[in-house]
Design a protein around this ligand. Sequence first.
Ligand SMILES: [Zn+2]
Length: 273
Amino acid sequence: MPARDRTYRTEAIVLRRKDIGEADRILTLLTPGAGKVRVIAKGIRKPRSRKAGHLELFTRTKLLVAVGHDLDIVTQAEVVEAYRPLREDLLRSATAAYMVELLDRFTPDDQENPEIYELLTHGLEWAATARDLGLAARAYELHLLSAAGFQPQLYRCVICNQALVPEDQFFSPHQGGVVCAACGAAPLDPQAESASDPHLRAGWLPLSLKALKLLRFTQSNPYPKVAALSLTAHTQAEVEAVMGRYITVLLERRLKSVEFLRLIRRPVASLAV
Ligand SMILES: [Zn+2]
């Protein structure tokens, strides 16, 4: 941005807030054009602040921002979508918080990703209105993983690469996809990479055909089609467990790499402080 542009307009969703000083607040925002950014809202905690109602958590808002020395400063805010049910229903609010945290963990700072921005606007809408919040969360997870480059492999076995046939099989969180029934039943091959660490194999989860179908359908269809599905609690619980385990494994690995990157990127000067 040229130095003469002292202010700019952007839409944003409020991901996190942190109080500082007497009346200020640091906001972590997701924006369509600049990804995840931090700004400061001065005086927002004063009783008569006109900005406060427009910068609530999980609110989609239009901002006028002044370029600051350290952090940019919000000078005007106007709500685009408040997702009001998220403030009135604990379960909806918790679902939205989960969606936002997941996005926060998978998204690096200052990296533009309009697809992820759009997904969050939809995800919050689903959390605010869905009849089945579990399905809404699964749809959001699968679409977020695709947008972030971690789409699970649901069509070929991650061990033998054969196209999967319709039957009960396994899911490997560490290998990021489905393990066919034959590979699941095969004795450990000491030459195979997958067998070199028995813990990998120990982490495989059973995946029923119904659960695989639900994963595929959710991954490749828009949410309204997913929301119209009628499913047993058992299939939903199975898919929730598989996704939960896969995400945990990804985040553990990712967090380590993120920590490492931070360490090696840190300028020498700041190490001395
Ligand atoms: Zn296989």
